[in-house]
Ligand binder design. Structure first.
Ligand SMILES: Nc1ncnc2c1ncn2[C@@H]1O[C@H](COP(=O)(O)OP(=O)(O)OP(=O)(O)O)[C@@H](O)[C@H]1O
Length: 704
């Protein structure tokens, strides 16, 4: 935890970076699973604890501040006038004061630099040392969320300042990246051709950016660079054994659809590509999202501006309200210890949330209503997730946190569940005409709140009216509980179906491989056996045949010698002895003739056998051919079966996707219903709190 000590010591500068553990091969180590303690109604003693895990800061826009507001340290007081819808059912009350506490309050005169120094700088150092971070800006439309996160040409916001500090702290990066983020927490080494592709992609995007963005942005960034260069520089640890690269991505969630802001908009026309969420090792990430490697702050800033240009293009050309989306700019640091498999990927998300709107005030129809619904729905889910986590922690419960109810919360599940650092800058516009919006924002986001009712004469409401509030409140709570259960049940079902589909696909692939291998092995063994038998039989027959031929030759030679002897004997007929010998020789010749006949018969027999063997060989060869054909037929059948299965899988997947879409639509509707109820509930709560406070004042009056 060295960095904590260093970050408090500003003289040493936050630029004292990198935990040396990076070089000890311990890059991908996980943080402890610390749960976050987040949202409203936290008691004083819990406040400090909550502050450690999540900071919720309030920034008040530079504008004419209505006198209803009063700021004291990290507390803001709002005097709610009777004209407010929050008091519409308690007309007898003149006004009430609500106090909201935040981790820190930035008054209207706060500068971008102050906000950066207090909120982001400490997180940046942790980020470089291997902790992920998420920063969100929340508030009503026009309250200054984008101004805080991005800034203007003349007054750069958090992202450009972050980029400049980051690249000043990191060592000089190689022009060609050697590592790249893959899935949400994975890293891969790049070969030469992939590195070249990455550089080409960056160059293309930068030249597009140069054509589209206002040149003043670059100039202002450079001015900011020179201003920031007066900051004390830190000493860096040795990075020589680590390959490091910085990548950025930029996307928006509009109407619950995710769009890449780094793909040229002109190409997308009316049909903007929708990206999907996927998970790997319990990390949710956006599939096929463009990641661009950057080697300097100015490059990353130009890419950010290009994304913002795309956002504007989409809002004016593709759909008129696209700027009302959640925008997420992510900086990723990918590191690999050279020559090892030890890697680490860290990311810093900057999320500019779409403006929260009060349905009652902005009740529109058609697409505009759907858009408002989706924005409010996802913000409501965000609030519900935070509340649910807090409840679980506080009461040691195991309630299912509804992360899956919106794309935004799914994407930030790790951060929201306390595994990563998360901070929120809540923006309000303090002018009188934005009072309702601001009060709603404060109600939603404050770390703690308190109601104080001013002493005013008031008629007591009838008891039945008060009990009807309580009834409505209980009914709302019950409905909300039921809806949440139903949504969770449906989500579980979808998860199970999806798992089953994956299991089936895996099973089919394994079966295919196994059957192919088995058939191939069996056929090969039979063919080899037949070949070996035939080879042995042919060799044995050839041997025997050669021996018999040799025997025959020997016999013929012997016969020829005897013939010569007979001729010699017959030339001296008168010799009786000679006659006798002749007789003997004839007998011998006859016996040899018999033997010759035997040999000839045996030869015929051998020839027949050879013929039979040749026939067996031909049959074996034919059998081999038949087997080969059989294999081809089996293979064809198998391929078509696999194709059928593939088709079935695609159809099942489509059915699943349609069901999921329907479910998401339904969930969005339910959540919107809830949202309206929450608004009503918030008003009822205020009235109940006011009434309670008023009652105690009345009682005090009576006693005194
Ligand atoms: N603190 C501030 N100081 C000066 N100007 C500001 C400040 N906050 C906001 N503004 C200006 O107010 C206008 C609206 O702010 P911004 O666009 O940031 O609002 P937003 O909350 O992002 O709105 P939306 O949700 O509609 O996108 C901009 O012109 C911005 O420059």
């Amino acid at each position: 935890m060295d960095y904590l000590r260093l970050s408090r010591n500003e003289q040493l500068s936050f630029l004292r970076a990198r935990d040396p553990s990076i070089l000890s091969g311990n890059l991908a180590s996980k943080r402890e699973n610390v749960r976050t303690n987040l949202m409203p109604d936290i008691q004083e003693n819990e406040l400090e604890e909550a502050d450690k895990n999540i900071q919720i800061h309030l920034r008040i826009k530079y504008a004419d501040m209505d006198e209803s507001y009063k700021i004291e340290a990290n507390e803001i007081q709002c005097s709610i006038p009777t004209s407010s819808s929050h008091l519409s059912n308690l007309k007898d009350i003149e006004s009430i004061v609500k106090k909201f506490t935040f981790s820190h309050i930035f008054p209207p005169e706060s500068t971008q630099e102050e906000i950066f120094n207090l909120v982001v700088k400490p997180k940046l150092l942790k980020f470089i040392n291997g902790e992920n971070s998420t920063l969100m800006s929340y508030g009503a439309s026009g309250s200054g969320k984008t101004f805080t996160i991005v800034g203007t040409i003349t007054d750069p916001g958090i992202i450009p300042r972050t980029l400049e500090y980051l690249f000043k702290t990191l060592p000089e990066l190689p022009e060609t990246p050697l590592v790249k983020p893959t899935y949400s927490t994975q890293v891969e080494m790049l070969n030469a051709s992939h590195s070249r592709e990455a550089i080409l992609a960056k160059k293309n995007l930068l030249s597009l950016a140069k054509m589209t963005i206002d040149e003043r942005h670059t100039n202002i960034y450079q001015e900011m660079q020179s201003r920031l260069s007066t900051e004390p520089a830190g000493i860096l640890d040795d990075f020589s054994s680590v390959s490091l690269a910085v990548w950025v991505s930029f996307c928006e969630i509009y109407n619950e659809n995710i769009h890449d802001l780094l793909t040229p908009m002109q190409k997308q026309k009316g049909n903007r590509a929708k990206l999907k969420l996927a998970s790997y090792n319990e990390n949710t990430y956006i599939k096929d999202l463009t990641n661009i490697c950057v080697s300097s702050g100015i490059e990353a800033y130009q890419i950010l501006q290009y994304g913002l240009h795309n956002l504007k293009y989409a809002s004016t050309t593709i759909n008129p309200h696209s700027s009302r989306s959640h925008c997420i700019f992510t900086i990723k640091i990918a590191q690999v210890v050279n020559g090892t498999n030890v890697y680490r990927l860290n990311y810093f998300n900057f999320c500019d949330l779409a403006g929260s709107e009060r349905l009652k005030k902005t009740m529109n129809e058609g697409d505009r209503l759907k858009e408002s619904n989706n924005i409010n729905a996802s913000l409501l889910v965000l609030g519900r997730c935070i509340n649910c986590i807090r409840e679980n922690q506080k009461r040691n419960l195991k309630k299912i946190v509804p992360y899956r109810d919106s794309k935004l919360t799914r994407l930030f599940q790790r951060a929201l569940s306390g595994n990563e650092s998360i901070s929120m800058i809540v923006n309000i516009n303090p002018t009188a005409n934005m009072f309702e919006e601001s009060l709603h924002t404060l109600n939603f986001s404050a770390v703690a709140k308190e109601v104080v009712v001013k002493r005013t004469p008031m008629k007591i409401k009838t008891k039945s009216r008060f009990s009807s509030y309580l009834q409505a409140r209980n009914l709302f709570a019950a409905n909300q509980e039921e809806d949440a259960c139903e949504i969770n049940r449906m989500q579980d079902l979808i998860d199970k179906l999806y798992l089953e589909l994956e299991r089936q696909t895996q099973y089919c692939t394994e079966q295919e491989v196994r059957i192919r291998d088995e058939i191939w092995e069996q056929q090969n063994a039979v063919i080899e056996e037949i070949k070996e038998n035939s080879r042995q039989q042919i060799a044995a027959n050839n041997d025997r045949y050669k021996r018999y031929i040799q025997g025959l030759k020997d016999l013929y030679e012997a016969k020829a010698n005897q013939r010569e002897v007979i001729d010699l004997v017959s030339s001296s007929d008168e010799d009786e002895d000679g006659n006798h010998k002749q007789q003997n020789l004839r007998e011998e010749i006859n016996s040899l003739k018999v033997k010759l006949t035997d040999v000839e018969n045996e030869n015929i027999l051998l020839k027949n056998r050879l013929h039979d063997t040749e026939k067996t060989c031909t049959q074996a060869q034919e059998q081999i051919e038949a087997y080969k054909e059989q294999i081809i037929t089996l293979k064809t059948e198998f391929t078509s079966k696999i194709r059928e299965l593939d088709l079935e899988i695609v159809q099942t997947k489509n059915t699943y996707d349609t069901a999921l879409q329907e479910y998401e639509d339904q969930a969005s509707m339910l959540v919107n219903e809830n949202y309206k109820l929450v608004e009503e509930n918030s008003e009822l709560n205020t009235q109940i709190e006011t009434y309670t406070e008023w009652r105690s004042l009345q009682i005090n009056d009576i006693h005194s």
